[in-house]
Ligand binder design. Structure first.
Ligand code: HEM
Length: 368
């Protein structure tokens, strides 16, 4: 059996319960949300650790705030990861399961490092309340664990793109059958960096939002808020410049015979990234005024990047004559209606408490 037929045979014989493009759309959307919070966690912990060791009133204050918010952002990153995980398993099942079983041990280690990262961050945040000088090491550990999780999931994603290599990996280049699941076979530093450098763009924009959000509160030092906003804008701008370089570096490592350079989704993503850079340059001196437009633009750019990433996956898999659009479909209206119904209800239920919490934190609850 050749690899193209094997991929068809590995599909779920029951087919999809709804149209593939719907799953694909939701996968790109939820991946964008997932990676946004991953970015906020990585940027947040990194700056919290930096501020902790650098010292000074402003740095310490910001470090405490970022350590606290990183625990929440990590929960959100994990919760928001479940949706793209389910969608990728539905429409790309042959690829995802093979990649996960090739590196089965690492799939388990992934869960462990996510849990350890979570614990370390909590210790970093909570214990410092009693001893502000100590526990910085837990911040460093938290960052290392979360980065390890990122490396593992990136390897699993990349391995899923190259079915032509699987036989070689499963048979140790034709010498033996490898069933240990201990191998990690392909890591692309350019691709990984392309998802990590935006951590500093997004945490910088988060700091601009922080300054804007707390401005109405009389118990916040004005000079501190000025400093947070301006520092955030500077960090975001520098990171966006680095991201342009990293993006092209990754692009150059994509096999030329895929002709991905001609893909319009790539150039839409690139244009949105460049637009964000221009916006960040403009917003340097008035971070609070530009905080919301830039946060919106950044999310749109992440969506553009997520779409380009999906277009790249389709380009890789086209070589094997594989397309999710010809996956057999057996529409199951009942489960689809239940899914959409609970999704919309969930949004309605959480909207009100979020609005109240937002106003409470900003000190503007009694204004409306
Ligand atoms: C907490 C640390 C985490 C980090 C730093 C992280 C980072 C990343 C990165 C960098 C990617 C892009 C990989 C690539 O395309 O090369 C990614 C994708 C993804 N992550 Fe996470 N992630 C984390 C947690 C999780 C968790 C807990 C789950 C599952 C519950 C998860 C599920 C996914 C899925 C499903 C994808 C997309 C895979 C695909 O489309 O091929 N992630 N993550």
């Amino acid at each position: 059996m050749d690899i193209n037929s094997a991929l068809q045979a590995l599909r779920d014989p029951l087919g999809l319960p709804f149209f593939p493009w719907v799953f694909q759309l939701l996968m790109v959307l939820t991946f964008a949300l997932h990676i946004l919070f991953v970015n906020l966690v990585i940027g947040g912990i990194a700056l919290a650790v930096y501020g902790h060791f650098k010292g000074g009133d402003f740095n310490k204050h910001l470090s405490k705030a970022l350590a606290q918010v990183s625990t929440i952002n990590l929960s959100l990153a994990i919760v928001l990861a479940v949706a793209p995980l389910l969608f990728v398993q539905v429409i790309y099942d042959p690829f995802w399961y093979v990649s996960n079983s090739l590196s089965a041990w690492w799939t388990m280690v992934f869960l462990l490092v996510v849990a350890l990262g979570f614990l370390a961050n909590y210790v970093f945040y909570l214990k410092r309340k009693k001893n502000p000088q100590g526990y910085g090491i837990f911040g460093i550990l938290g960052l290392i664990f979360v980065l390890c999780a990122g490396v593992i999931i990136s390897v699993l994603s990349v391995q899923a793109l190259v079915p032509g290599e699987w036989l070689k990996w499963y048979t140790a280049d034709g010498n033996d059958l490898v069933t240990s699941g201990l191998g990690l076979y392909r890591f692309e530093l350019g691709r990984f960096s392309h998802f990590m450098v935006p951590a500093f763009i997004n945490i910088g924009i988060f700091m601009m939002l922080y300054a804007w959000y707390f401005r109405p509160r009389s118990d916040f030092d004005r000079a501190y808020l000025d400093w947070v906003g301006l520092t955030g804008a500077r960090i975001a701008k520098i990171a966006a410049m680095i991201q342009v370089v990293v993006g092209f570096w990754w692009l150059l490592t994509v096999p030329a015979d895929l002709h991905f350079m001609r893909n319009p989704f790539l150039w839409i993503g690139v244009s949105l990234g460049l637009l964000l850079l221009v916006g960040l340059m403009k917003g340097q001196h008035e971070p609070e005024r530009y905080a919301i437009p830039l946060a919106t633009l950044s999310f749109v750019a992440i969506l553009g990047m997520g779409t380009a990433r999906e277009a790249l996956r389709m380009t890789y898999l086209r070589v094997f004559e594989y397309s999710i659009y010809d996956y057999p479909v057996n529409v199951d209206w009942g489960s689809t209606a239940l899914f959409l119904g609970t999704f919309v209800m969930g949004l309605v239920v959480i909207a009100y408490p979020i609005m109240i919490a937002f106003k409470l934190g900003r000190g503007t609850l009694n204004e409306s």
